[in-house]
Design a protein around this ligand. Structure first.
Ligand SMILES: C[S@@+](CC[C@H](N)C(=O)[O-])C[C@H]1O[C@@H](n2cnc3c(N)ncnc32)[C@H](O)[C@@H]1O
Length: 332
């Protein structure tokens, strides 16, 4: 088929509108209470045809607001109001675009364990843990962190941790006395990050949004714990690499496969293939935004808001939570 100039103009107009919409959704759904700076930048981009035109030059997945802003900050974008930021972004676009092309958002958020740890404990006091989309593996250490569920505290067997994961919880969260013991831990990721590598650490820190000093402190403290006893991390795809890594797990303890905030990056048919593979190998805990696993969403008693995530065990919803584990609403 011949690609006519008129078709290209229509495609460009569509791309501009979709990208503006993406920045708008990001501003409305993700930034409130999290980052006024990102909210302002997103609002600026949404209404800035010149900047949108640069962004649509990137492959679709790389136009993600979080990725573009993080790459800009990595390269020294001033944490200033939109007019100053946009000037810098336009001047520095070739470098920002090159960075975005080789990177992906790999935000590693141990606070998501507030939602995962009680499910893990319901499986057994000792587990083998395999995380898919592990980033630097910080979510592989549920046994090394302390937790606070709206005033109810859970500490590791050997006492309070230097990392306290807090969540605003409701509903009958089944809390254990201590987090379960992880007898084996391993992570799979397209691009594993290493907490001993300063460049990886810098990227992980940049992925924390500008005003989130507490999150940044938590990240640094969790990285210190992981650095003392780094996990087994393998490079590979969620579906293609799962079986080989699972085969290394010890026998005699339940193997639990966790997939927090990763399935959204897989095409829908590959999410289904992953679900089949994970449930065939062991128990499967996932934490996903609404719409990522429609068959699981459909089992929720009432439709949740767009900013909600869902925790599920073996394809059945057990709780709703904030995207970073900051809230937890256990289903009765
Ligand atoms: C948003 S991060 C989540 C990291 C971690 N699970 C957490 O919750 O803190 C998503 C991770 O999934 C990885 N990823 C994306 N697509 C993947 C795939 N097809 N196979 C394996 N890992 C993938 C990315 O490299 C990234 O590190």
């Amino acid at each position: 088929m011949v690609d006519l100039p008129g078709d290209r103009a229509v495609q460009r107009a569509l791309d501009l509108a979709k990208t503006a919409q993406w920045y708008r959704r990001f501003r409305l759904n993700e930034t409130p209470g999290q980052s006024e700076r990102y909210a302002e930048w997103a609002s600026g981009v949404e209404n800035d045809p010149e900047v949108l035109d640069l962004i649509i030059g990137l492959p679709r997945p790389k136009r993600q607001p979080n990725l573009v802003f993080a790459c800009a900050r990595l390269l020294g974008a001033p944490l200033a109001g939109y007019p100053v930021f946009r000037r810098w972004l336009i001047d520095s676009w070739p470098a920002v675009a090159a960075e975005a092309r080789v990177r992906a958002t790999q935000t590693n958020e141990p606070r998501r364990l507030t939602a995962i740890m009680p499910v893990l404990a319901s499986i057994g006091p000792r587990v083998a843990l395999l995380e898919v989309g592990a980033s630097a593996g910080l979510c592989l250490y549920p046994d090394r962190y302390s937790y606070d569920y709206s005033g109810r505290r859970v500490d590791p067997v050997d006492g309070p941790s230097s990392v306290l994961l807090t969540t605003d919880s409701s509903g009958p969260v089944p809390l254990p006395t201590h987090p379960p013991e992880v007898v084996w831990r391993a992570g799979l990721d397209l691009n594993p990050l290493d907490v001993r590598n300063p460049a990886d650490v810098r990227w992980l820190e940049t992925l924390v949004w500008p005003e989130q000093a507490e999150r940044r402190r938590r990240l640094d403290a969790a990285m210190a714990i992981v650095r003392r006893d780094p996990p087994l991390l393998r490079g590979g795809d969620a579906v293609a690499g799962l079986g080989a890594l699972a085969a290394l797990a010890p026998v005699g303890v339940p193997l639990v496969i966790v997939s927090p905030a990763v399935l959204v990056y897989l095409a829908p048919d590959r999410r289904a293939a992953f679900a089949d593979a994970a449930t065939g190998l062991g128990r499967w805990i996932s934490l996903d935004g609404m719409g990522v696993l429609p068959r699981v969403d459909a089992l929720l008693p009432q439709p949740p808001g767009p900013a909600n995530f869902m925790v599920s065990l073996d394809g059945r919803p057990v709780a709703r939570c904030g995207p970073h584990g900051q809230t937890l609403d256990w289903l009765a």
